[in-house]
Structure formats: C-alpha cells, structure tokens
Design a protein around this ligand. Sequence first.
Ligand SMILES: Cc1ncc(COP(=O)(O)O)c(C=O)c1O
Length: 395
Amino acid sequence: MANGTPEIEYYDHELNIRRVIEQSDLQSMDQALNICDLSSLERKLRLWQKLIPRIKPYYAVKCNNIPVLVKFLADLGTGFDCASKNELKLVLGLGVSPERIIFAHPSRPASHLEYAKEHEVVNGTVDNEFAIYQLTKHFPNSNIIVRFKSESTKALYLLGEKYGCDSEADAPDLMLLSKALGLKVTGTSFHVGSACSEVEAYDRAVEKAENIFRFGELIGHKMDLLDVGGGFPGKNDELFEELAAAVNTSVQNRFPDERVQVIGEPGRFFVEAAYTLICKIHAKREVRNKNGKLEKNMYFLNDGMYGHFAAMFYRPEELTPVLYLDDVESRPKFKSVIWGPSCDSQDKILDDCLLPNLNCGDLLGFRNMGAYTVPIASPFNGFDVPVTRFFAKRP
Ligand SMILES: Cc1ncc(COP(=O)(O)O)c(C=O)c1O
C-alpha cells in the first residue's frame, strides 16, 4: 500500500481464490478478507457495450465507492452517477470531466448544489417543485432531468416511495414551472428498482419517458437526455441479456432519434460479482437438548450484518457459503446458524443452513459481495470491517 492507495496485484489467466487464501495468512488476521477482481468490471463493461451500445453507463458510485475501483472504471471511460458532494469530489478528483457525471439525487442540499455549480456538473435530477425553486437560487443554469416513478413488480429494492414524481400528474407541472422560472429541462430519468428481474419493466418506464419528452418539447424545452437508471443484475448475465434486449428494443422504438443521448446508472451490475468475502469462524457454540443431543452448531464469523452483510438482510437465501475444505461433500451435515461478531442478537447472517462440523479457524467464502457492502459496513462494537486485496488480469 503506497500513500494509502491499495496496490493492484496482477494474475495471468484466472484469479484463483484458493491460492489467494493460501497466501493471505488469514489465521493471524482478525478481519475478514475481501478479494476484489477488478477485471470482472471490465468484462461487465464489454458485455454492456456489446448488448446495449447506445446506452452509456454512468456507474452509480453509491454502490461501491472504493477509489481504486472507481478509478479503474474511470480509466475504462465510463460515466458516473454521483449522489452527493463527496461522491462528486471523488470522481472529479480522478480527473473525470463534468460531462461524464450526472448528479442523480432529486433532493440535494444547497451546499452540494453550489459545489456542482462551481465544478460545472450541470446534469442533475429533480422530482419536486421545492427542488426547482432551490435551483433558481443555487444553480439556475443547470440541466434539469425530471425523475419520475416507474417501478418493477419484480425488483428487490424499490425506490419509488422516496423518489420519482408521477409521470402524468406531476412531471408536466414541473416542466411548466421550470419554463416559467426560466430554467432548462433537458431530459428525464427513472429507476425501476434494484436487482430487477422483470423484462417488461423498462419498456413501461421508457414509454412514460417518451410522453415526458413530447410534453417538454411541446412547451419549448430542448429535451436530449434519457436516463434509464439502474436495476440491472450483477451476477446473472443471462437475465442481463434478456433485460438488455428489452431495453434496446424499447429505446430504439420510442427514441429513434440518435441525437437523444441515452445513459444508464448501473451500480450492482458492475460490482456485485467482483467481490468474494472470506470470513473466518472465530468462535463456536454447540446447542444441545436436555438429553445432550446436538440440536445445532452456532458459528461466529469475523464479519456480519453491521459489516458487509448489511444489505443482505432481505435475501439471506442468496447467501451460500463456500467451504474451502477438500472433503466437504462426504462429511455429515448439521443444522447450523451463522452469526456476525457483534454482541447484538440481530447480527445473524444465516438462520438455518446445513454445514459439516466446522471448527474455529475454518473459512467460509461468500461470492458476489461487491454491491452495497463496502460503503455501508461499520466497525460496530469495535469489530473492524474487512480488508480488501485488489486483483486484475495482467494487461
Ligand atoms: C438514482 C440511482 N441510480 C442508480 C442506482 C443504482 O442501482 P443498481 O445498483 O440497481 O444498478 C441507485 C441505487 O439505489 C439509485 O438510487
């Protein structure tokens, strides 16, 4: 690590997780280890560019804001969705030009708007009239991107209760108000919800966007940006292919004019599959009934729900621990509970899983841990958050 910047370690063919574990001296470390394969981000970008070339990805920094990762994407030429002054600072500080950034937060503090103005990050989302009045004072020359609500029926995390105006009842009023105040509306955006698996969700939203464009143009706004938001899966490329095909068709049919710039704000898509988290069992309890029969094994890991598992609260079924033992299949399995390290009884990672009889020092790996993990993790109760080693394929 030089000047606090982690080094990137290079591999030749494929990243070998077992080998990294063997070389990492995990037994002498208290923290869990994150293994991040940055080249997986590049593979995702190539897949995106192949399947939806018209839509430029603006990576949603909130999903994982580790500078080395954000820089890796910046060097590959992506754009960025920033939600706060600090995210703007991070991305601008890497030399990314302001046109490659959208300030995609509809409720922004005045000081953050002032910062965006100072650094000429002109594109920003808005979903209510207060935000429009606020712009007249703090950033009148910005480009307003009207964010509307259009949620999928099959997404894991919905955002519509908090953000997005009604496309029919509110969006026209917001565009009229902007016009009356001399502000520019230049586009529209939506977010179908994170980890979306409904192929029709994007077309429903793009249709609403088309109507918003028509109305905006009718009243004299120069509409030239469509932002299809995030929601794309990070660990299921087949599903991504289906969603991408649907988005492609929808955008081509409804926005055939190539002068309309189309962007997306993928977060999870890029980073979810890039991380494998290796946890160590640092304590164990056997729970027995009155007759001394084993009811379950309880294992305590060195990361938990206040760390990198925080966002897994809603979907523990997606967590399948990988055991790095040679004879896993042949060993008898026992009912097991996996706890995080803190004293809080809510800090339970998996309630009911079948595992062989494990011991303190044994390792459990969790794949696909790159999205909404690193920036959320806290050292609650004094347990350090995991350390990360970054890898990339040798150029
Ligand atoms: C405005 C906005 N854009 C993009 C994203 C990224 O979404 P995802 O990780 O589903 O791609 C989010 C996630 O919350 C968001 O709020």
